[in-house]
Design a protein around this ligand. Structure first.
Ligand SMILES: Cc1ncc(C[n+]2csc(CCOP(=O)(O)OP(=O)(O)O)c2C)c(N)n1
Length: 430
């Protein structure tokens, strides 16, 4: 028997901990040639009703439709008409124009916070097009494109970002944490991955009631390390819930590269295999591939084929948020070197190759969209910007904590209003 303090086993190899390290740090030359970019059209397309395991080779592949020639290739080509393609292009461009203006609004102090989705527009806009209008969306904070694709008014979004008196969420949520019951867009929560089991729960409820609505949820690759990811997938496969898990692998979770969420060992799509779930891995910057994969999963779920996990392989082109400076932790070259290009440019070039669009039309549309966002911003500013007094009545802060206002919260409200009136007599609280 070994005694405490004995050097028993000292001839065994020393254990070593592996701490992932990203390939490129600030100032480094970037070479993404290790990333496998298969030919567009090369991946097979199994039937939506197939056994989950038929999809497993696709979890290690990358479904691509748009080739370097800007044309659509192979069995995943969704064969969308030109009007639908133009609508998707317009909504992706609107998402980008909106992001640009709101980022600036934060820098001008009109709001406290903003998050862009630059480079990831296809993963929200084009995926939403593949769903029915009343399918329930459970987003993370980087899916403003889903709301835009469902026609949410930019002014409403800006009212929320400004926490002004027209903000439907009454200034209670951090900017960009939208919600629209009318558009089946579930309230965004800052707690990562909590939307996943909720989406599964919605899908289970829908199925148990014999309804026809499915659920689609989005999560960053970093957030897949949360326990909620595991429970959501377990419940979804056990009960064959009609739910789609969109994992947006944009390579970074703030300053942590995807290796910290397990990317060095297996793809995120491959997580599906262990649960017995269908899985697909797509080029997230290929608008047609994103649409086709989401449509495949939606049709499968709607026909009681069960859940699908889709990894959208993409790149977070900008900082994590207005509070982040990516030049501190990654090479500035990464964005330009990203081998899958830019989703807006790729769809634009595809439409031009089809003879259904032109550079001039694109320029005109960009100017029109920028003006539209500018006007929406002006209109929203009439309802107030951050810190300029036009907010919801003070009392509303205490409402909706419970369905009915309990006596002790009514007391707190009265007291808070009295104190405010003493401190700021020129700004009477209601
Ligand atoms: C439970 C929880 N832990 C940590 C955070 C802080 N946090 C906010 S965003 C973020 C990174 C998430 O990265 P990822 O899931 O890859 O999504 P991305 O931001 O790339 O879209 C972290 C750690 C949080 N909001 N909630």
């Amino acid at each position: 028997m070994a005694k405490a303090g004995d050097k028993e086993g000292s001839n065994r190899p020393a254990l070593a901990l592996h701490v992932p390290e990203p390939k490129y740090r600030p100032g480094d030359k970037v070479d993404f040639s290790h990333i496998q970019v298969p030919e567009a059209g090369a991946a097979p397309r199994p039937d939506e009703a197939c056994e989950a395991k038929e999809t497993y080779p696709l979890c290690d592949d990358l479904i691509r439709v748009l080739g370097d020639d800007d044309k659509a290739h192979g069995p995943w080509d969704p064969r969308l008409d030109a009007d639908t393609l133009r609508r998707m292009l317009r909504e992706m461009a609107l998402t980008r124009a909106f992001d640009t203006r709101m980022y600036r609004a934060q820098r001008q102090g009109k709001t406290s916070f903003y998050m862009k989705c630059t480079g990831e527009e296809a993963t929200s806009v084009c995926a939403t097009h593949a769903l029915a209008g009343d399918d329930m969306i459970f987003p993370s904070y980087r899916q403003q494109g889903c709301l835009i694709a469902r026609g949410y008014e930019p002014e409403e979004m800006i009212n929320q970002i400004y926490s002004n008196k027209a903000d439907k969420l009454k200034g209670r949520q951090l900017p960009i944490m939208y919600c629209s019951k009318r558009l089946s867009f579930f309230t965004i929560s800052g707690n990562l991955a909590t939307q996943l089991p909720q989406a599964t729960g919605f899908a289970m409820a829908s199925a148990s009631k014999g309804d026809s609505r499915i659920a689609a949820t989005w999560v960053g690759e970093g957030s897949t390390a949360e326990g909620d990811f595991h429970s959501a997938l377990t419940f979804a496969t056990v009960y064959n819930a009609p739910v789609i898990f969109n994992v947006i692998n944009n390579q970074w979770a703030i300053s942590s590269f995807s290796g910290f969420a397990g990317a060095e060992r297996a793809t995120f799509a491959a997580r599906a295999i262990g649960y017995g779930m269908a899985g697909l891995r797509v080029d997230g910057n290929d608008p047609l591939a994103v649409y086709a994969a989401e449509r495949w999963a939606a049709d499968r779920a709607r026909a009681n084929g069960g859940p699908t996990l889709i990894e959208h392989f993409t790149y977070r082109a900008e900082g994590h948020s207005t509070s982040d400076d990516p030049s501190q932790y990654r090479s500035a070259e990464e964005r330009d070197e990203w081998p899958m290009g830019d989703p807006v440019m790729r769809l634009k070039n595809h439409l031009i190759a089809l003879g259904e669009w032109s550079e001039e039309q694109q320029e005109e549309q960009d100017a029109e969209l920028d003006n539209m966002v500018k006007q929406a911003q002006k209109d929203a500013e009439k309802n107030g910007i951050l810190g300029h007094g036009l907010h919801h009545p003070f009392h509303t802060m205490f409402e909706d904590v419970f369905e009915e206002l309990p006596w002790h919260l009514e007391e707190q409200a009265d007291q808070a209003i009295r104190e405010r009136q003493i401190k700021f007599p020129e700004d009477p609280a209601e």
